[in-house]
Write a protein that binds this ligand. Structure first.
Ligand SMILES: Cc1cc2nc3c(=O)[nH]c(=O)nc-3n(C[C@H](O)[C@H](O)[C@H](O)COP(=O)(O)OP(=O)(O)OC[C@H]3O[C@@H](n4cnc5c(N)ncnc54)[C@H](O)[C@@H]3O)c2cc1C
Ligand SMILES: *[C@@H]1O[C@H](CO)[C@@H](O)[C@H](O)[C@H]1NC(C)=O
Ligand SMILES: *[C@@H]1O[C@H](CO)[C@@H](O)[C@H](O)[C@H]1NC(C)=O
Ligand SMILES: *[C@@H]1O[C@H](CO)[C@@H](O)[C@H](O)[C@H]1NC(C)=O
Ligand SMILES: *[C@@H]1O[C@H](CO)[C@@H](O)[C@H](O)[C@H]1NC(C)=O
Ligand SMILES: *[C@@H]1O[C@H](CO)[C@@H](O)[C@H](O)[C@H]1NC(C)=O
Length: 535
């Protein structure tokens, strides 16, 4: 402990000394005009790094010092595999499972005008997504801003509501050194697929320990289906993870069940029929020998229960610094300080800008909080809002004005019968993900920034093809599966010469038409079938 404190003190001294030295030398090197820290190098963090350094006018960013801290060995966030996943309950670095493919077509997972590499399968295996993050870093020469293997431990505002700086405590994991630096702006992009949320259900532990080899655990630990050969498995939850896991396990298990509660009003796709799995309602409780469901049916032969029940919204380094309280009940009305009920971080304007009264509006941003969005492009809209309001703080409204917007948004959800504390950062209504992105960039357009890089003039931010790619997601997926089933040569034909963003759009349009024709010919085409976003 003494060693750690001494290191921190020493690094502070070194830091200040460097400034003294520069100030007194004849080099005339000014200290940075603005220091900005980003936490996390997943899609969200990489997107905001790119916008800060490549999309703002050069004179606006002159003398900025932008640093991105990432605790892992490389960029990519959840798409970077964990080579040595630990045993539960210790959490793996990522929920990534061995076979994970995207459930969305990759052209819809991009930042503007920077497509995936040519010849990438439309629904690629996970290494391609990690590669895409590296490609962004290399294409815009961003690597000098990365501090890999650096874990942010604590972020604390040193100042008052009008001015001050963030003190960011970081652990250099390779050298086991502790560092402390000061920043004017903090941008949190730490992801929200890390801390498992497992429902408390009566009798669960008793059930699990009442027979050898029984277990109940969260999907974050799932890696591959082989260990379930011959087993009897119940997968709980209706989201993408449960769908994926049930689909993989059904090929190996003796029996597979999925337990779903009633779906929240949401744009998420309905749970598909997975041939070979049996649907059950929500679990009522466990006994020593059985799992009892809401309809009073029971199962007595289950070996493993996998909870694909989502994640908790935590930001430990912000809580550690005293700036994010953990609350069971989400407050209503005005509140001074940031809290999370593990679903909803409040008060945050448009899921991007903290309205905590301890520091000025504009001191703290979040990228990547939204759920039910196409990630990269939503992150990008948030990043444009963040970068431009950092460059020109006069674009920001007052805390009170932003708070009014937040309250009216929450009132809208309540009027629709939803509880904002439960909905959290799910983007529901008002044009969904597209409307959300367009509002964020519309905020900048309305303040004279149309025409700046990636802020269009006279039209909305989201290009119509992105909405097409999301809403035709099911046809694209079925179509692409059909293409792959016909063999490698056929895949090559479809990907031949597809390079630019526009090429990918044309290819997706062709594929949707082709798939619909195939289904018409087979007599399976259903114009009323769900074909919304795959997220
Ligand atoms: C299993 C799974 C499958 C998915 N499939 C799809 C899909 O097919 N299509 C799709 O569009 N989306 C999918 N998603 C959603 C996915 O979360 C997004 O695609 C996106 O990658 C999230 O990026 P992010 O940057 O917000 O978070 P993350 O990828 O989680 O990145 C956050 C980063 O922050 C770092 N970090 C956190 N805390 C600290 C700290 N204290 N100090 C330093 N670094 C820190 C983490 O190490 C991590 O690298 C999937 C998610 C999961 C979990
Ligand atoms: C990145 O760096 C290389 C080599 O220094 C240079 O040729 C290239 O123009 C740079 N690219 C950008 C986008 O700055
Ligand atoms: C438990 O699992 C182990 C390894 O998978 C197997 O060898 C053993 O037979 C199992 N025991 C029971 C009671 O199913
Ligand atoms: C296989 O599953 C069936 C239900 O589908 C169950 O009745 C049977 O007991 C299971 N067999 C084994 C060996 O687990
Ligand atoms: C299930 O059983 C409980 C208690 O035995 C009973 O109150 C309830 O009505 C039953 N529900 C159904 C759907 O049968
Ligand atoms: C932008 O989108 C909004 C809502 O979806 C729509 O009403 C508006 O007409 C669009 N604006 C332009 C210029 O296309």
């Amino acid at each position: 402990m003494m060693g750690r404190l001494a290191r921190v003190a020493l690094s502070l001294v070194t830091f200040n000394y460097a400034y003294l030295f520069l100030d007194q030398s004849s080099l005339h090197v000014d200290p940075p005009r603005k220091r900005i820290a980003i936490v996390g190098a997943g899609t969200a963090g990489v997107s905001v790094l790119k916008v800060l350094l490549a999309d703002l006018p050069e004179d606006a960013t002159q003398g900025w010092d932008v640093v991105l801290y990432e605790q892992r060995r490389d960029v990519g966030g959840i798409w970077l595999p964990d080579p040595n996943p630990p045993h539960p309950p210790e959490l793996p670095e990522t929920p990534l499972s061995d076979r994970l493919m995207t459930n969305t077509p990759h052209p819809t997972m991009t930042i503007p005008h920077f497509p995936f590499r040519p010849a990438t399968a439309l629904f690629p295996h996970h290494p391609h997504i990690q590669q895409y993050h590296t490609d962004i870093i290399n294409n815009w020469n961003l690597s000098s801003h990365l501090r890999l293997n650096h874990e942010v431990l604590e972020t604390r505002w040193n100042g008052d509501p009008e001015s001050g700086r963030w003190i960011v405590k970081v652990k250099d994991l390779l050298r086991t050194e502790y560092l402390e630096s000061e920043f004017d702006h903090l941008i949190i992009a730490n992801g929200h697929n890390h801390y498992p949320s497992v429902p408390e259900i009566e009798g669960k532990d008793l059930w699990a320990r009442s027979a050898a080899n029984r277990s109940a655990w969260h999907s974050v630990f799932y890696r591959n289906p082989q260990p379930f050969t011959g087993k009897n498995v119940l997968v709980v939850g209706g989201g993408a993870s449960s769908r994926d896991i049930a689909q993989q396990i059904v090929e190996f298990a003796n029996s597979t069940y999925t337990s779903l509660k009633e779906q929240m009003k949401s744009p998420a796709p309905p749970f598909p029929d997975i041939p070979g799995t049996v649907m059950k309602p929500r679990i009522r409780r466990f006994t020593r020998d059985a799992i009892i469901f809401e309809d009073n049916t029971t199962l007595t032969h289950i070996d493993t229960v996998i909870f694909g029940t989502g994640y908790e919204q935590r930001i430990p380094f912000l809580t550690e610094g005293g700036h994010l309280g953990l609350l069971h009940d989400c407050p209503r009305g005005r509140q001074e300080h940031l809290t999370t009920n593990l679903r909803y971080v409040r008060p945050v304007y448009e899921h991007v800008l903290s309205l905590d009264a301890s520091y000025p509006v504009g001191a703290l941003y979040f990228i990547g909080l939204p759920i039910f969005v196409a990630n990269a492009i939503s992150d990008y809209a948030q990043a444009l809002f963040t970068a431009h309001t950092i460059a020109d703080p006069s674009l920001l409204l007052s805390r009170d004005e932003f708070f009014d917007e937040l309250l009216s948004e929450e009132a809208r959800l309540r009027a629709d019968g939803m509880d904002p504390g439960y909905v959290g950062h799910r983007i529901i209504g008002r044009g969904g993900a597209t409307g959300y992105q367009d509002r964020l960039v519309g905020y900048l357009q309305a303040r004279g920034l149309a025409g700046q890089p990636n802020i269009p003039r006279g039209k909305n931010f989201t290009e119509p093809w992105r909405t097409f790619g999301e809403y035709q997601g099911e046809y694209l997926r079925r179509g692409w599966t059909r293409v792959e089933e016909r063999g490698e040569e056929y895949v090559k034909e479809w990907l031949e010469g597809v390079e630019t963003e526009q090429d990918w759009v044309v290819m997706m349009e062709k594929l949707v038409d082709w798939e619909k024709r195939q289904e018409e010919e087979e007599g399976t085409y259903d114009p009323n079938a769900y074909s919304g976003p795959g997220f």
